[in-house]
Design a protein around this ligand. Structure first.
Ligand SMILES: Nc1ncnc2c1ncn2[C@@H]1O[C@H](COP(=O)(O)OP(=O)(O)OP(=O)(O)O)[C@@H](O)[C@H]1O
Ligand SMILES: [Mg+2]
Length: 335
C-alpha cells in the first residue's frame, strides 16, 4: 500500500496567553494528540461541536498556527517542523476554502483577478494564459464566463463560494482544506456546492479535509469520518460505519442531533432520549474521558484515565471503554 497523502500524528495545538512581560502564560490545549490520515483522492470528514478544535487542526495544516507537538507528514515533509512558513510548492499543493464567502473574497478585485491571483504568484503564465485558465476555472465551478469581469458583491453566497472553490483549484492542489464551506448557505445551495465538490474531487483526483458540524452532510461526501470532542479525536473510521454504527457515545449523541425527516421516528427518538441524555456541561477532568460528564454509559474508569483508541469491529477506532472486551486488561490499545 502506498503512503497516505497526509498523515497527522499526535498533533497538539496550544494557545498561550501572554503575561505583561510578553512571556507565555496559561496555555490552552485546543488539540490534544490528534492522529488523522487522508489518502490520495479521498475525503476525510472532520466533525464535532463548536470549539472542539476542528479549525485549529486545519490552521496547523495550513501553517496558520504552529503545532505544539506531533507531526504533519505531507508529501514526504513534516510540516510541523517548518516554523518559518511553508515553501511555495507546499502552499500550491494545499489550498483552503473557508466558511464565510462574504469576507474571503477581496471586494475590489474582479472575479478574473481573484481566480488568477494564485497563478500570478506561483506560476510564470502570461496574461493570455491566465485568462484562458480563468475561463476554464469558471467552467469547473459552473459559472458563466461573463462573470469574470464582475465583482464579489454582485454575487450570492453560493456563487461566491464557487468563486472561492475556483480559486482553490487554480494551482491544481492535491489537498483542499474545506473549513465549514457550506455552513453560511441555505440548504439547497449547500447541496449544490457539496455536489460540485464531489464532482470536482472525482474528476481531478483531489483529496479533501472537510470540516463541518453536520454529520449527515459530511457522510454524503466522505470516505472516512473523524469525530472531535474537546480537542480529542474520539472516533474515526469508514464514513458508512461511523454514520450507521457509531461506536462512541459522543458520535451517537451527535447523530441524535441530526433531524429525522420522518416525524414518527423523530417523536419516537425524542421519547427514547427523554431522561437519558444528560445536558450537563462537560466535566473537564484532565485525566479521564472528556465526554464522561455527559455520557449516559459512564463507568468508574472513564473518569480515571483517557480511554485509548480501541479497534471498532467494522473499521476504525473509538476512544471508549465500552469497546474494551476485557475490562480489567490495560492493553489492546493503539497508544
Ligand atoms: N487564536 C486563539 N487563541 C486562543 N484560543 C483559541 C484561538 N483559536 C481558537 N481558540 C480556542 O480553541 C478551541 C478550539 O477552537 P477551534 O476554532 O479550533 O474550534 P472549532 O471546532 O473549529 O469550532 P467552530 O465549530 O466553532 O468553528 C476553542 O475553545 C477556541 O476558543
Ligand atoms: Mg471552526
Amino acid at each position: 500500500m502506498s503512503a497516505p497523502l497526509l498523515q497527522i500524528d499526535d498533533l497538539s495545538v496550544t494557545y498561550w496567553d501572554r503575561s505583561l512581560l510578553g512571556l507565555r502564560a496559561n496555555g490552552f490545549e485546543a488539540v490534544k494528540r490528534a492522529t488523522l490520515t487522508v489518502d490520495a483522492g479521498q475525503t476525510l470528514g472532520l466533525v464535532g461541536e463548536s470549539g472542539s478544535g476542528k479549525s485549529s487542526i486545519a490552521n496547523a495544516l495550513l501553517g496558520l498556527v504552529p503545532p505544539s507537538g506531533g507531526t504533519i507528514n505531507f508529501d514526504g515533509q513534516d510540516l510541523a517542523t517548518l516554523r518559518k512558513g511553508f515553501p511555495p510548492e507546499i502552499r500550491q499543493k494545499i489550498q483552503a476554502v473557508f466558511q464565510d464567502p462574504y469576507s474571503s473574497l477581496n471586494p475590489s478585485m474582479t472575479v478574473e483577478e481573484i481566480v488568477t491571483e494564485p497563478l500570478k504568484v506561483h506560476t510564470r503564465m502570461t496574461r493570455v494564459e491566465r485568462h484562458e485558465k480563468a475561463v476554464e476555472l469558471l467552467k469547473l465551478v459552473k459559472l458563466p464566463e461573463t462573470h469574470l469581469h464582475r465583482y464579489p458583491n454582485e454575487f450570492s453566497g453560493g456563487q461566491r463560494q464557487r468563486i472561492a472553490i475556483a480559486t482553490a483549484l487554480a494551482l491544481q492542489p492535491s489537498l483542499i482544506v474545506l473549513d465549514e464551506p457550506v455552513s453560511a448557505l441555505d440548504v439547497s445551495t449547500q447541496n449544490q456546492i457539496i455536489n460540485l465538490l464531489y464532482e470536482r474531487r472525482d474528476a481531478l483526483g483531489i483529496s479533501y479535509l472537510l470540516i463541518a458540524h453536520d454529520l449527515a452532510l459530511v457522510h454524503h461526501i466522505s470516505d472516512r469520518i473523524a469525530v472531535m470532542y474537546l480537542g480529542h479525536i474520539v472516533e474515526e473510521g469508514p464514513a458508512d460505519r461511523v454514520y450507521h454504527q457509531p461506536a462512541h457515545p459522543y458520535t451517537q449523541a451527535l447523530l441524535e442531533a441530526v433531524p429525522l425527516l420522518d416525524p414518527a421516528r423523530q417523536r419516537a427518538r425524542r421519547a427514547e432520549r427523554r431522561g437519558r441524555v444528560t445536558t450537563d456541561m462537560p466535566r473537564l477532568s484532565e485525566k479521564g474521558c472528556p465526554f464522561s460528564g455527559r455520557c449516559p454509559h459512564v463507568m468508574d474508569r472513564c473518569t480515571a484515565r483517557m480511554p485509548p483508541a480501541f479497534t471498532v469491529p467494522d473499521g476504525g477506532t473509538a476512544r471508549c471503554f465500552l469497546l474494551d472486551d476485557e475490562p480489567n486488561e490495560q492493553g489492546r490499545s493503539k497508544d
